[in-house]
Design a protein around this ligand. Structure first.
Ligand SMILES: [Zn+2]
Length: 257
């Protein structure tokens, strides 16, 4: 978890049940900026763009720069429309009705049916199709309709240009986190819930490595209310409500148990 419970109390966000656990069946993927970790790109939106919520990305000397998957999924289109429209483009199906488009590419690095994760190079920035200069035309869609883009859950800028810095695939497959109980030791359970046997404790401030995450008993702790449980060893689970991971909800790149 990321936000501390105490700060929420101070700002009064508890009013109205704002922290009630929300578990939408088909939550949006956590989309990342579609470029490698650490790179900064200018993303432009404009109301006469087609479709309207697409983003055009540029940076200096960007022709040939790698374009990467903004979330895990399956490549379901690798298409060359020639000198019109998207030109060479890739589409990824992320499940739950969500898809992303990467257009005007110079070339392809994936094929249809391929499973991709965060940071997978899909192709390279180009100026193919109906493009007048090198850039990446990027879209997020839900059930086929373009939606306003979000990176790490944060809405992109509409309308105008904004610099986006990528944290795409910056970390490996495990989550490094810190237990934060404000003092007392945290009980470790044999499974993802308070009904499982206690198998020990971890002290406040302990650094832990999260192998995987799953849902279990809803717990209210230092970082609010969460039903996520973190597996920190074989048969060892702790409530994510007491763990600083840098993320609200599940950690990108860390698998479900
Ligand atoms: Zn465009």
């Amino acid at each position: 978890m990321r936000k501390r419970w105490i700060s929420l109390l101070v700002t009064g966000l508890l009013v109205g049940g704002a922290l009630a656990p929300a578990s939408p069946a088909l939550a949006a993927p956590t989309f990342k900026v579609p470029f490698p970790c650490g790179q900064s790109w200018s993303g432009q939106t404009r109301s006469d763009h087609s479709p309207a919520y697409a983003v055009d990305f540029n940076r200096t000397d960007d022709l040939g720069d790698p374009v990467v998957a903004s979330a895990p999924g399956t490549v379901d289109r690798v298409t060359d429309l020639g000198g019109t429209s998207y030109g060479k483009y890739v589409r990824i199906n992320h499940g739950g009705g969500y898809s992303t488009y990467y257009a005007h590419l110079n070339g392809f690095n994936v094929s249809v049916g391929q499973t991709v994760g965060y940071g997978k190079v899909l192709g390279w920035v180009g100026s193919t199709g109906g493009s007048t200069g090198p850039h990446l035309h990027y879209e997020q869609r839900l059930n086929g309709s373009d939606i306003q883009v979000r990176f790490n859950g944060t809405l992109g800028l509409y309308w105008g240009s904004k610099t986006y810095t990528s944290d795409n695939a910056c970390s490996s497959g495990t989550g490094n986190a810190t237990v934060d109980t404000s003092g007392t030791p945290l009980t470790v359970r044999s499974g993802p819930g308070t009904g499982y046997a206690s198998v020990g404790t971890v002290a406040d401030g302990t650094r832990v490595t999260i192998a995987c995450q799953t849902s279990g008993t809803t717990v209210t702790g230092t970082y609010g209310t969460s039903s996520i449980w973190d597996r920190i060893g074989s048969g060892r689970y702790i409530s994510d409500a007491y763990v600083y991971t840098g993320y609200d909800g599940y950690i990108p790149n860390v698998p479900r148990c």
